[in-house]
Structures are given as structure tokens and as C-alpha cells.
Ligand binder design. Sequence first.
Ligand code: ATP
Length: 308
Amino acid sequence: MTTPPISRDHQGPDIWCEDLVRIHTTEGVEVQALQGLNLTVDPGEVVAVIGASGSGKSTLLNILSGLDRPTGGRARVAGHDLTAMGTRQRIDFRRHSVGFVFQQTSRNLLPFLTAAENVMMPMVIAGRAERRARAGQLLELLGVADHSHRRPTQLSGGQQQRVAIATALANSPDVLLADEPTGELDEVNSAEVLELMRSAATDLGTTVLIVTHDPMVSDHVARTVQIRDGRTSTEVLRRTELGPDGVEREVAEEYTVIDRNGRLQLPPAHVQDLGLHDRVRITREPGHVGVWPNGSVARRAAVEEGDA
Ligand SMILES: Nc1ncnc2c1ncn2[C@@H]1O[C@H](COP(=O)(O)OP(=O)(O)OP(=O)(O)O)[C@@H](O)[C@H]1O
């Protein structure tokens, strides 16, 4: 018996955020952690969200997992409107629609249960049948079936995270949310865990969103979204293509995110190198748009006129 892929009962993307705003207020001081964030992740995609400390990653993850509510904007995960859910629906959502993997290996698993029992636990809570068989299949998928009888303290960090991923996938969630899942692992174990998470998600059709500050994670996913100042700023898409020599090679292309109002954030390096500040001139060119430092368009026109 193999693990059956999940079937969704909603249409459209698995994660959808529009103009998401979250303002934290402590002792009268407001911090705008998310400042109009837009993000769409389609079913089955495996995406890494990276960003510097304080850029808003954890805030985003807390909202997507139903733990926190946005101050403004809209968010939908696995077909559920996160701004309109009541307490009961939130519990159901967290139990069935999303799975979680945290950085701290100790936070993912119950120490007094074996690996197999840990994977079965969410199924017990959800009242799911054939728990033992499914736990076995998931542990097999994550390459730790041989350790199913061991308790977490008898497993390495990497093995614990694999069991944690199996546990998170136990109730066939549409979406798996992972917060720095490789933060406590060395490079070799990180790469292994990421690859296993990706292949398990691909086999099951699960959408995965990994939040991390580790740029190395990007090497293991087809899409990396960068958060800067509470907004998605750039994306890197990776694919393999056949070179002219017939050999497959990996191609990575960087894109800047543009919202539905046409707003985009220019890469800081361009802003600095070209001395862009205060205001810029936008010119429509054949097939693209030009961004010019203040005054440069008029100067260019004068030079061209002088040349004529
Ligand atoms: N509960 C809170 N109360 C007040 N401010 C908060 C709260 N949670 C987060 N912030 C602030 O919101 C901003 C975004 O924080 P967040 O934790 O989402 O960033 P992050 O990208 O996850 O950072 P890190 O990588 O360090 O975990 C930061 O300026 C942070 O200080």
C-alpha cells in the first residue's frame, strides 16, 4: 500500500495574501511587521521565504498558521479565509489543513512516544483510521522506517526532523509550514532533510512554505521569495534546462515583485549605484520600462539634440 496523494476541496492557490498588514503594539510603540505583503503559492509548490532578522518572516508564518490575525489585508490558506475564521474553525484548520515543522527538534515531537507513535498522534486526535499503516508509510517516505520504535532522544537531529515532517504530514494537510526546519542541523543533514521534505511533498502533492534566513535553502527549492521590510521584494525561480551541448543545467532567474497597483521595490544595489533618490523618471521603451535618476532624461534629451 502506498501513501495516496491528497485531494483538495478548494479551487485556486493554497496560499494567497493580499496587502497583508500586521502592526504589533507594545507599550504604546507600534511596529509595522508586515507592510502590505502579497504572496500567491499554488498547490504543490515548494517555496522558501527568506529575509533578514526582523523582516517579518515569523509574523507571516504565525498568520498563515492561524495563530495570529492580520491587522489589515486578506489571507487565505487551503481555501480558508484567515480573517473570517472563528475559534472552532481555527482549531479544525490547524488540525486538518496545515502541518507544522519548527526549528527546535524538541518542540516537534513528544519525548515519551516512539517515532511511530508520534506520527500516529495527530491521527488519533483527528479520529483517523489505519493509523499504524499510514505512520509506517510516512516514515518510509522520509527514510526513517528503521527507527520507528525509537524515542526522539534515541534519534539524531536530522532523524528527529524527518520524523517531525512525517508527523506534520500525518493528517494529509494541503499545506506544510516549516519555520527554520534545518536551523539546528549541520550542512549535510540540512541538505538531506530539505531534499526529503521536497520529495515527500512532491509525492503527496503537499504545498510547502519554508521560512528561513539561511540562503542555502534556496538551492533545494524551485522558488525563493525574499521578504524585505514586511513586503515580498524579489523572487528567484530555478529550473533545469537542456544546454546546447545536450547536458542539463540549472538556471536561476531573479524577478522583482510587482503588486496589482504597479508598485515595486527596486533592488538596493541599483538604487545606490545609480544614485536614485527622492524621485525618478519612468520612461516607456519598446518592450520595457526605463527608470532614470532625477534630471537624467532631460540631460539625455539635451545631449541627443546637441548631437543632431
Ligand atoms: N509580539 C510582538 N510585539 C512587538 N513587536 C513585534 C512582535 N513580534 C514581532 N515584532 C517586531 O516585528 C518585526 C518583524 O518581526 P518578525 O519576528 O516577524 O521577523 P523575522 O523576520 O521572523 O525575524 P527573525 O529572523 O529574527 O526571527 C520586528 O521588528 C519585530 O521586533
